[in-house]
Design a protein around this ligand. Structure first.
Ligand code: HEM
Length: 262
């Protein structure tokens, strides 16, 4: 019996059976990208890992609150991208920092827009991380076996706050200068570690040029590196352990099953 022919888009690449040569530009582009992906996958087997990470079973009752983690991740990535563009113009020296920020804002094409995205994006990321944490807390998703992921999350929260603190000084205007002095002094009042921490942040006993370059290095190298690595660990744990069902779904477990679990 003759096989039914499925309608295909003109020029589309046939994925099963004998391959027909694509005729249109789109078809040719598709085939090139398929073969490039195949070429990489044949050598790395990365597709298996991607499938494991992306195609997971999710519990019944999952809702919009579960998107807050991904929204935080998106905010982080947006900060990373806009930060790279800002770093192309910013000069972390005490003499030029303010002027380079002013130039970036007023003279550079789309400078004000990118700076605004980075500035407002930092607040958005802080708000989202707290909302995500609240979702995890109120849904009881911090309990066994996800305690370690909660702890990683707490470190992510501290690092995100440190990111905001170190970034605030960089424009080096009056407000950022004095606010950071206050912040460093507050750090100094912490028990035991406080004085060491404020000395470390200042880069000595005095607040000055070293402080600015130190804050810049911490803001654009140290913390983003740690955040990237820890977000990787966080997502690995999410993929490995799966997401927790909402608490009201657990309540719907039948009495027999509940007895079995006990
Ligand atoms: C940079 C910051 C963060 C990013 C990018 C991030 C990302 C994510 C993503 C994408 C998920 C899976 C989807 C979801 O449940 O929303 C998740 C789950 C989770 N996150 Fe975060 N997260 C961050 C911060 C935090 C913080 C601050 C905590 C708590 C202190 C936390 C604790 C958890 C836990 C326990 C889960 C598992 C939830 C479950 O099993 O239902 N995360 N995170």
């Amino acid at each position: 019996m003759a096989k039914t022919q499925l309608p295909t888009q003109p020029g589309a690449v046939k994925t099963g059976g004998a391959r027909r040569k694509p005729t249109t530009r789109l078809g040719k582009a598709q085939e090139t990208s398929f073969s490039a992906v195949d070429w990489v996958d044949e050598r790395t087997s990365l597709s298996g890992g991607m499938r494991w990470l992306m195609f997971r079973k999710i519990p019944k009752g999952t809702n919009w609150f579960y998107t807050l983690g991904s929204a935080t991740l998106f905010a982080f990535m947006s900060q990373a991208v806009t930060g790279v563009f800002l770093a192309m113009y910013y000069d972390p020296s005490a003499i030029n920092a303010y002027e380079s920020t002013r130039f970036l804002t007023n003279e550079v094409f789309l400078g004000e827009f990118v700076r605004g995205m980075h500035r407002w994006g930092s607040s958005v990321m802080v708000i989202l991380i707290f909302l995500h944490m609240a979702r995890v807390f109120f849904f009881g998703a911090y309990k066994y076996p996800r305690e370690l992921n909660w702890c990683i999350g707490v470190i992510l929260l501290v690092l995100t706050m440190a990111m905001s603190f170190t970034g605030y000084l960089l424009p080096f205007d009056q407000r950022s200068y004095w606010a950071t002095i206050v912040g460093v002094n507050i750090n100094g009042t912490a028990p035991l570690m406080g004085p060491f921490l404020s000395d470390f942040l200042r880069g000595g006993a005095e607040f000055g040029a070293t402080t600015l370059s130190r804050f810049y290095a911490i803001h654009m190298l140290l913390i983003p590196g740690l955040l990237g690595a820890l977000i990787g660990a966080h997502l690995y744990m999410v993929a490995r352990l799966g997401t927790t069902a909402p608490p009201w779904m657990k309540a719907e477990v039948s009495p027999e099953l509940r007895e079995e679990r006990v």
